[in-house]
Ligand binder design. Structure first.
Ligand code: WT7
Length: 682
């Protein structure tokens, strides 16, 4: 019962009014100028990547990489649904993103680092510089920390070049990196250190955000303590310095545990570390993401399959050429940044931009000034940011002299009117747009138009990318035919190389979460029996384009950041006064959705503004600021079924000003009206 509720397409996401809002069937065609220079212009690509040619079609992706040893088996299904790609092959991800470009591009910029403070100079790191820095850091990890292939290292780093450098240094050794978004709290970082079993944490003293130098090192102390309390000892904390030679943190360095990376590096100047030749099926990284339970899950990504997949996506969908200046204004702490700031673009020898700070700092013209200054021609961001920039400075883009050939949107559904501003004002009606739908788990894009081959449809992600075959299933497992206008659970019929290998240390959760509902036969070794369930509701129109409606589980997408409602509720329950907590996603003009938190108190506690503050403060402390509820409602009691289950559907109707429906079967029907009055007034 519990399980079924999680996966049923919710009423909220399929409501008629909501659907009508998205019934846009306008096609916009890419411009000839774009098509003329695009990487993928062959319409035959969809036939080549049809299911008849599965899985061999994916060799074309892997051949974009340099291999030390060619694979013997393209897809091994013997441990279904933990698929193994390019088995027998060996390669190194750091070599593919750095070393192999030196012959042709060593003096070309690999990374343009834009500090948040406008008076600080932009730093241009060439492929040669990157090679040198990655090698030196790899030497520290290997020789100073004693790390070797297969070990895990947790990174808690913000948007500075030290983050990709550290990731690539790990990859060079076959060490598995687990980067935790810098905005997450020390406690959240500690939980991930523990789960991954990392004995080394790499952090930074401080970084700029909204014009302030934030003290970040203090989080490391909480993280180490949290991990330690659960039995995972961290014996080294390496601390980068935002301003080398100066410590930006008030937190003391712990003798024998904490080391300034910039100091340690002095002993490894000029060190060269041979890239370790790794099996394709080795693990490149873990990326923790939220699910239906309180415990985040470590999506485990492979070296060969993942890198092949993101490289192909960057080439065909993002249309990245080595001569492009590419800016993905997202955070490397999320999968978007791993795949499309670091691995994909660098594998293609692009120049990738890393911007440290807030998009609207010091004003809403900042992104366009950066684009002008660096000659950015490919731009990538999330609907939340687009909405924010549109609101704060709708006319700003016109003031700057830049030219985008291509733009991406990712992370949440984009409203057609926001899409149009992006297209007309930011892209000046010239740039091709791709709306890419995918997930942490999937490594790279699932649905998107191929920009030179398909027309754009505002508000619609598009068909499956070459090699991805989406299907919509109803709750009984019947296919919903395209064009019927009915929503269902979107699944992918086939495996692909970018799909995570499993959830770190939790194969059962991997199998049940993504395959449990629609697997045709759990003993089968045939991939056709294992459609991947993404956890989103979607509608497929006749042309095969997919419109994503939102999550069907207890995951909420705040400004494109994924949070589990259970994680937020558990954080609220750390406040002594709180008896029960329920989080409801509420539609928000800017952020898409935001969490509304309902709590009831233990006997003897009184509702007050201070207590509301304390509860939202506790959520920030446990998870990080992004999880902070928009509102905290302290209610006399939760609406409950007779069996004592909190009726979130009713709270959702109240928060979203919808119809609460029939409440007569509740254990406490009268509470509904009093909560409604409290939340909505009169
Ligand atoms: C969830 C995955 C993919 C990288 C960033 C988020 C939603 C993602 C789109 C899109 C509508 C989207 C889905 C998905 N989502 N892209 N283009 N249109 N919704 O990764 O944190 O793993 O979240 O984000 O609901 O399941 P994530």
């Amino acid at each position: 019962m519990e399980e079924k509720e999680l996966t049923e397409v919710s009423e909220a996401s399929t409501g008629a009014a909501y659907a009508a809002h998205w019934q846009e069937e306008e096609y916009i065609h890419p411009k000839p100028e774009f098509i003329g220079q695009a990487n993928m212009t062959d319409p035959d690509v969809f036939r080549r990547f049809s299911l008849e040619n599965f899985p061999d079609c994916f060799k074309e992706f892997a051949e974009m990489l340099d291999w030390d040893q060619y694979w013997h088996t393209t897809l091994d299904t013997s441990d279904a649904p933990c698929w193994k790609w390019f088995v027998g092959g060996k390669l190194n991800a750091s070599y593919n993103c750095v070393d192999r470009h030196l012959a042709k591009y060593k003096n070309k910029t690999a990374i343009h680092f834009v500090p948040e403070l406008e008076e600080d100079p932009i730093v241009h790191i060439t492929y040669q510089d990157l090679y040198k820095r990655v090698n030196e850091v790899a030497a520290v990890l290997r020789d100073f920390c004693g790390l070797k292939a297969g070990d895990r290292v947790t990174l808690h780093l913000p948007m500075t070049p030290e983050l990709p450098i550290t990731m690539l240094a790990c990859a060079r050794l076959g060490v598995i990196h687990s980067q935790v978004f810098a905005g997450f709290s020390g406690q959240a970082c500690g939980d991930r250190i523990w789960d991954s079993g990392s004995r080394v944490l790499i952090t930074i003293d401080g970084y700029y955000r909204g014009g302030k130098l934030l003290d970040h090192k203090a989080n490391a102390d909480v993280a180490v303590e949290t991990a330690g309390a659960q039995g995972q000892t961290v014996d080294k904390v390496l601390v980068w310095q935002r301003h080398p030679g100066q410590n930006a943190s008030a937190a003391p360095m712990v003798e024998g545990r904490d080391y300034f990376m910039n100091e340690v590096l002095k002993d490894y100047k000029g060190a060269i570390v041979e890239p370790v030749s790794m099996p394709a099926e080795g693990i490149l990284f873990l990326m923790y993401t939220s699910g239906s339970t309180g415990k985040p899950k470590g999506a485990q990504h492979s070296i060969g399959g993942y890198l092949a997949y993101v490289t192909a996506m960057s080439k065909w969908i993002q249309d990245i050429h080595p001569e492009d200046v590419y800016w993905c204004m997202a955070d490397i702490g999320w999968i978007t940044g791993h795949s499309f700031i670091v691995y994909g673009p660098l594998a293609l020898a692009a120049s990738t931009v890393i911007y440290e700070g807030v998009p609207t700092y010091p004003d809403a013209g900042r992104p366009w000034r950066i684009a002008e200054e660096l000659d950015v021609n490919i731009f990538h961001t999330a609907p939340t940011t687009i909405r924010m920039l549109r609101k704060a400075g709708p006319d700003e883009p016109a003031k700057y002299n830049y030219k985008f050939k291509h733009m991406t949107t990712v992370g949440e559904p984009i409203e057609p009117e926001v899409w149009r501003w992006y297209y007309n004002v930011v892209g000046r009606g010239q740039a091709a747009i791709v709306d890419t739908w995918w997930q942490t788990e999937t490594g790279g894009f699932l649905c998107s138009t191929v920009p030179a081959l398909c027309s754009m449809k505002p508000g619609s992600a598009g068909p499956g990318v070459p090699g991805i075959h989406p299907v919509i299933f109803d709750d009984e497992g019947n296919e919903v035919p395209p064009g019927e206008g009915r929503a269902g659970n979107i699944c992918i019929r086939n495996p692909w190389p970018g799909l995570m290998q499993t959830i770190w240390k939790d194969r059962d959760r991997f199998v049940s979460t993504y395959f449990g509902k629609y697997c045709k036969n759990p003993d089968s070794k045939d991939w056709r029996d294992w459609p991947y369930m993404a956890g989103d509701a979607a509608v497929m129109s006749k042309d095969g384009y997919v419109r994503i409606l939102g999550r069907v589980d207890d995951v909420i997408n705040v400004a494109g950041h994924r949070l589990g409602t259970k994680e937020i509720e558990s954080a609220a329950l750390t406040v002594d006064a709180v008896a029960e907590a329920a989080v409801i996603p509420v539609k928000d003009e800017l952020k898409g959705t935001v969490p509304d938190l309902y709590v009831s108190l233990k006997p003897g506690f009184e509702a007050s503004k201070e207590l509301e503050e304390k509860i939202s403060g506790a959520v920030s402390a446990v998870l990080g600021k992004i999880a902070r509820p928009k509102r905290v409602h302290i209610v006399p009691d939760m609406p409950k079924t007779r069996s004592g289950k909190i009726m979130r559907r009713i709270l959702s109707a109240i928060s979203n000003k919808g119809d609460v429906g029939d409440v007569t079967t509740l254990a406490n029907p009268d509470i509904v009206e009093s909560i409604r009055v409290q939340v909505q007034g009169g």
